[in-house]
Write a protein that binds this ligand. Structure first.
Ligand SMILES: CN1CCN(Cc2ccc(Cn3ccc4ccc(-c5n[nH]c(N)c5C#N)cc43)cc2)CC1
Length: 248
């Protein structure tokens, strides 16, 4: 997979040089490039923002640097008349107004060949940037969650980590991807390791029994109990209820 990130804070992504994603880059599993938006400015102050038309607080990111930066990482700009290319890169702009990112979207993105992330700052990016590229390629606004961040970098880091670990070969033991939270729609079960007794707290005896059937049943019960308590909205019956009510 190829990943391009455009940002005014390239150093923010130095963390992608270490750990599993750093190894995936070294082995060529992921070709990840970080681009400084200011390298696509043409004034001596390397200006990327300006005041909003119509007034209002804060600054908006100018379209010209974004156009030059995105043109540099996207294939030869297709003609808008041809409509958005369906087989080209997927361009993702993190935004509080975006579709909520979740594990299902992470799985979708992990199947893509080329992702381009545009990290906005200030009060956001001039809307014409989104409109221009949405006419030429696939563009998505994606939100990390219902809270306001100062820019897109934290969201992009989270998305790249969630997507990267689903790419075959990135995580040593693919088995560990199967039983984690949200992979089967439920929260994960609690985990334990040695010692069997710690500060008078014991490991649940079933986990020491060697009875794999009983262990699997206990773990599924723990997933259901934890999901009911913490995230009842994830339970199948909650979704079934929603489905019924939308049918009216
Ligand atoms: C006219 N006004 C009306 C109010 N808005 C509100 C507003 C919009 C952006 C920002 C800061 N910011 C800039 C780029 C950028 C990208 C992602 C996110 C982001 N926040 N939360 C998520 N889950 C995010 C993600 N993913 C935030 C970003 C601050 C305040 C501004 C314009």
């Amino acid at each position: 997979m190829r990943i391009d990130i455009i940002t005014i804070f390239p150093a923010f992504f130095d963390a992608l040089d270490i750990s599993l994603l750093g190894k995936a880059r070294q082995t060529g599993l992921i070709d990840l490039q970080v681009h400084d938006l200011r390298d696509h400015t043409h004034d001596r102050h390397r200006t990327v923002d300006d005041t909003p038309y119509g007034g209002g607080a804060g600054m908006v990111m100018k379209p010209e640097p974004w156009g030059d930066a995105l043109d540099a990482v996207l294939p030869q700009a297709t003609d808008a008349a041809a409509g958005p290319a369906v087989d080209g890169p997927l361009v993702i702009f993190p935004s509080p107004a975006g579709v909520r990112f979740d594990q299902a979207m992470a799985r979708e993105l992990a199947a893509e060949e080329h992702l381009v992330f545009g990290c906005g700052r200030y009060e956001g990016i001039d809307q014409r940037v989104v409109d221009h590229y949405a006419a030429r390629t696939r563009v998505r606004l994606v939100s990390l969650g219902d809270y306001v961040l100062n820019g897109g970098e934290v969201a992009v880091m989270a998305m790249i980590e969630a997507v990267g670990r689903l790419i075959p070969g990135v995580v040593g033991n693919p088995e560990s991807l199967v039983e984690e939270s949200h992979e089967n729609g439920l929260l994960e079960y609690p985990s334990y390791t040695k010692p069997a007794s710690w500060r008078d707290l014991e490991v649940p005896p079933v986990l020491l029994s060697g009875n794999h059937g009983a262990i699997a049943a206990w773990r599924h019960d723990q997933q259901l109990e934890r999901t009911r308590r913490v995230r009842p909205d994830l339970l199948p019956e909650a979704n079934a209820e929603n489905t019924h009510s939308t049918r009216g």
